[in-house]
Ligand binder design. Structure first.
Ligand code: PMP
Length: 372
């Protein structure tokens, strides 16, 4: 058996020790004679698995007690709809900082459902190569909340600062503070985080948390009161919180695997400070290789270069196909860039080891020698 290096943007690489543990427990979970997949979500064993996962996530991110953790479904995309339903109960509009494709999908969904959405700042004028600076962000007078995307997975553009103040809010022109909401799908758990700087943060699981099918939402409890009455009940953060995320059958196996990933981060990696240091080394090695050559390029401003998703172009796009075929041959999988951008993209999520980046950098140098 050979496991190749997987640079997929999502569903992404899983930590090998997590897959090993899942394999050991696959047919017979801790002597119970059945798989976790086959358990009732209401059983004592499964409840213990679910609670342990939340406990470990709270520990990793030092989540304050006044925040609820929800394990829900529908992908991060469903949250684009759930958020306005949950936060516009007292009127007003959703505001957005637009820094790329995922942010624009969130705007589009809010407009589709509620007609209006404000763009508080956008990096469109610079081609999404640098995020707006804090002083450029202007909420509309009727803003009910501000949404942004911490890391744009396709463009490889990451915020170098947190938007929310120490109360998790941002002030409108009239001085009223509204909650800051953050899509952290592709950067959650890549390093330590001050959760109190957000009203809500959420992430689809299939990058740094676990398998697809699970979404984690972390919501400050006072915001549970702001929901519209007319929303689908499965979207309701309050209903989810009251039911411990078990209004209906949750994505039990994905939740269990997420729990194993949290244990891996705590025990094997040594926590999020250690994870952050490893991620910084991985990203800087790859950007250094790109910058050292005229053969490869990345257009993003230095401070906003994503640590998780590194898009890069070959100087001659006619070589793209050969690059992809040969890299795959060398055991470097899923380097094709998103179809809207072209070129290459290497995603360096937590489970991608430093050795993968070393192998990629070596391959890139060799490919350049042969084709440059
Ligand atoms: N937001 C971001 C930042 C993403 O990267 C993605 C998925 N790549 C999404 C939202 C959508 O996630 P999902 O496919 O889980 O709906």
């Amino acid at each position: 058996m050979t496991r190749h290096f997987n640079f997929c943007a999502g569903p992404a690489a899983m930590p090998a020790p997590v897959l090993e543990r899942a394999r050991q427990e696959m047919l017979d979970y801790q002597g119970r004679g059945l798989s976790v997949m086959e358990m009732s979500h209401r059983s004592r064993d499964y409840m213990a698995i679910a609670e342990q996962a939340e406990h470990d996530l709270r520990d990793l991110l030092s989540i304050p007690n006044n925040y609820r953790v929800l394990f829900t479904q529908g992908g991060a995309t469903q949250q684009f709809a759930a958020l306005p339903y949950n936060l516009l109960g007292q009127g007003g509009t959703a505001n957005f900082v637009h820094t790329g494709i995922w942010g624009s999908k969130a705007v589009k969904e809010a407009r589709h459902l509620f007609g209006e959405a404000g763009v508080a700042a956008s990096s469109e004028p610079n081609g999404h190569t640098a995020v707006p600076r804090p002083e450029e962000i202007r909420l509309s007078p009727d803003a009910a909340y501000l949404h942004y995307t911490a890391n744009e997975t396709i463009g490889g553009l990451e915020f170098d600062y947190l938007l929310g103040n120490t109360r998790g809010g941002m002030a409108r022109p009239d001085g009223v503070e509204v909650p800051v909401v953050c899509d952290m799908s592709s950067s959650i758990l890549s390093g330590p985080l001050d959760v109190s700087r957000f009203g809500i943060l959420y992430a689809g699981a299939q990058k740094n948390i676990g398998p697809a099918g699970l979404v984690v939402v972390i919501v400050r409890d006072d915001l549970l009161e702001l929901a519209r009455a007319d929303m689908p009940s499965l979207f309701s953060y309050r209903a989810l919180a009251e039911a411990a995320s078990m209004i209906n059958t949750p994505a039990t196996y994905s939740w269990y695997l997420a729990g194993l990933v949290f244990q891996w981060l705590r025990q094997d990696v040594g926590g999020l400070d250690a994870m952050q240091a490893i991620n910084a080394r991985k990203a800087s090695k790859l950007y250094a290789a790109i910058d050292a050559s005229d053969f490869y390029s990345n257009p993003i401003a230095g401070i906003n270069r994503s640590r998780m998703n590194v898009p890069f172009m070959l100087a001659d796009a006619r070589l793209d196909e050969a690059f992809l075929a040969e890299s795959e041959q060398a055991g470097l999988l899923n380097l094709k860039g998103h179809r809207s951008v072209g070129g290459m993209r290497a995603s360096l999520y937590n489970a991608v080891p430093e050795a993968a980046v070393d192998a990629l950098v070596d391959f890139m140098a060799d490919f350049e020698r042969r084709n440059g």
